[in-house]
Each structure stands twice: as structure tokens, then as C-alpha cells.
Design a protein around this ligand. Structure first.
Ligand SMILES: Cc1cc2nc3c(=O)[nH]c(=O)nc-3n(C[C@H](O)[C@H](O)[C@H](O)COP(=O)(O)OP(=O)(O)OC[C@H]3O[C@@H](n4cnc5c(N)ncnc54)[C@H](O)[C@@H]3O)c2cc1C
Ligand code: FES
Length: 251
């Protein structure tokens, strides 16, 4: 697999924190599965040297979109790029989510964790699943759609409080077969406790900081318990989707 240099065919600025960039490539688009990611690199900038990973946000025909939060150098450069300017893309990479069929499922996102879950939502619905989508953010700036159940910490949009509190209340009175999530570690840890309590399957996309992105630096390692033993997995090579009930969250 090689990097492809593609022009930005669409750019949408959501607010000063988030934006969406879209590229067109039928071959890549056809291969995308929810939960997979691409590595993106601005070849016109020397720094940062390493490409950055971004989840597939939406795929339609030949178009692949990424929802990106501006946090540092690379994301700032992508934010500042104009329509028609090029970016080097490698992907799709990683395992992605396992899609169940004819089940009742929950999707839970926190902040930019929303990015890989919209594509998942579409594919789960195609497989006749009943989907309940809960999203949480600090304030209205972190809310992307009115079509999901939104929670904000400051109460500026949606329900005031944490998405995980909403999830727990929901699971108290509803039977759910699987939970899919992506978001901050503290939210995922809480969800894993909830899923264990309600004996619910839990698939989680891990957005750890990546180094080489090739499986050789161990910069993206996470700790898991498998068959009673501690094992280390690499998000870039073995993931980014894992059984959230087996992840050791305290490290
Ligand atoms: C599999 C995967 C999928 C991802 N999908 C998306 C996505 O769809 N949209 C999106 O906006 N981001 C996503 N990320 C995170 C994204 O890769 C980072 O935000 C990006 O690499 C930051 O690059 P930068 O040069 O702008 O920031 P840097 O200068 O590298 O970092 C700026 C600050 O952000 C912190 N930081 C960097 N990366 C992360 C991270 N992964 N988690 C928490 N803090 C971090 C750094 O510690 C630093 O404080 C994903 C990460 C992974 C591993
Ligand atoms: S980022 Fe180097 S091993 Fe995963």
C-alpha cells in the first residue's frame, strides 16, 4: 500500500475547533469499513515528520471524509488548507468494528470520538440493528448533530451531564446487545464498568497517541487481559478496535 496525493474536494468548518475535509478516490472509498483509519501527511510541511491517524468519518460513492479536531501542528495545517490543495493519504488501515445484525445496540461517543461512529451508525442500520446513539461533550461546540441524544457538561445544548450517566440510566431499563464507543479514556473506562455490570459486549476504538504507525515503536501500546494474562497490543497494528471489557484502563 502506498501514499496517494489527493486534493481536498470539500472543506466544511464547523467552528474554530472542528472541521471536515473530503477527498475523492473510488478505490480507497470502496475498501473502507467503519472504525478504520487513514494516515494523513502534509508533504509541504517538514514538521511534524510523522503522518497523523484519522478515522474514516463518512464514505459516499468515491468520497471519503474526515472530521478533525484542531489540537496541534498537523491538525492546524490541515485546518488552514484550502480547497484543491493536496494531502498525502494512506489507508484504509486497521481492523474496524465488527458489525452485528438484527440486534439492539448503543453507540456512545465523547468529543472527537464521534468521528468513527457516524459511518458505523449507517452500516449498523443497514444490517437492521436498532441503534441508540448517545454523544457527550464539554459544551455546545462539541455537538455535531441534533439526530443523536446529546449531553453537555455545561448544559449549553442537550441534557446537562455526562453521556455515561445517560447510558447507565438507559441500561437500567433497556436490554442492549452491544455497545460501540470512542472517546476520552475516562469515558471508555466508565463504559467498560457499565458493560461488565450489564453483561454487554463492548467494542471500543482507541485513539492513543501514535508514533511510527507501523507496529515498530510500541508508542501506541495498550494493556489488556486475555485468558487471565496481561498482554500488550499495538493500536496501529492490532486495532484500533478492541474488546473494551478486556482493556486495562488504569495505566
Ligand atoms: C486510530 C486513531 C484515529 C483517530 N481519529 C481521529 C479523528 O477522526 N479525528 C481527529 O481529530 N483525531 C483523531 N485521532 C487523533 C489524532 O490523530 C491526533 O489528534 C493528531 O495526531 C494530533 O496531531 P497534531 O500534530 O495536530 O497534534 P500534536 O502536536 O501531535 O499534539 C497536540 C496535543 O494533542 C495531544 N494528542 C495528540 N494525539 C492525541 C491523541 N490521539 N489523543 C489524545 N491527545 C492527543 C498531544 O499530547 C498534545 O498535547 C485519531 C487517533 C488514532 C490513534
Ligand atoms: S505507533 Fe509505533 S507501534 Fe504503533
Amino acid at each position: 500500500m502506498f501514499y496517494k496525493l489527493l486534493p481536498i474536494v470539500k472543506k466544511e468548518v464547523i467552528n474554530n475547533k472542528y472541521f471536515i475535509i473530503t477527498f475523492s478516490n473510488l478505490e480507497m472509498a470502496k475498501q473502507c469499513h467503519p472504525g478504520q483509519f487513514f494516515k494523513l501527511k502534509d508533504l509541504h510541511q517538514e514538521l511534524p515528520i510523522l503522518p497523523r491517524p484519522f478515522s474514516v468519518y463518512k464514505v459516499k460513492d468515491d468520497k471519503i471524509s474526515f472530521l478533525i479536531k484542531v489540537v496541534g501542528l498537523a491538525t492546524r495545517y490541515f485546518f488552514e488548507k484550502a480547497l484543491g490543495e493536496d494531502v498525502a493519504l494512506l489507508g484504509p488501515l486497521g481492523n474496524g468494528f465488527q458489525i452485528v445484525r438484527n440486534k439492539k445496540v448503543m453507540i456512545v461517543s465523547g468529543g472527537i470520538g464521534y468521528a468513527p461512529l457516524i459511518f458505523l451508525d449507517i452500516e449498523l442500520k443497514k444490517e437492521k440493528n436498532k441503534v441508540f446513539f448517545f454523544h457527550g461533550g464539554k459544551s455546545s461546540e462539541d455537538i455535531f448533530s441534533e439526530n443523536v441524544r446529546n449531553f453537555t457538561e455545561d448544559g449549553s445544548t442537550g441534557e446537562k451531564g455526562l453521556a455515561t450517566d445517560g447510558v447507565e440510566n438507559f441500561l437500567n431499563i433497556n436490554q442492549i446487545d452491544a455497545v460501540y464507543a470512542c472517546g476520552p479514556k475516562i469515558m471508555l473506562k466508565k463504559l467498560s464498568e457499565i458493560c461488565k455490570k450489564y453483561n454487554t459486549e463492548f467494542q471500543v476504538s482507541m485513539e492513543t497517541i501514535m508514533g511510527c504507525g507501523l507496529g515498530s515503536c510500541c508508542g501506541c501500546s495498550i494493556k489488556m487481559i486475555e485468558n487471565g494474562k496481561i498482554v500488550y497490543k499495538k493500536v496501529c497494528k492490532d486495532g484500533p478496535v478492541f474488546d473494551g471489557c478486556k482493556v486495562v484502563w488504569d495505566d
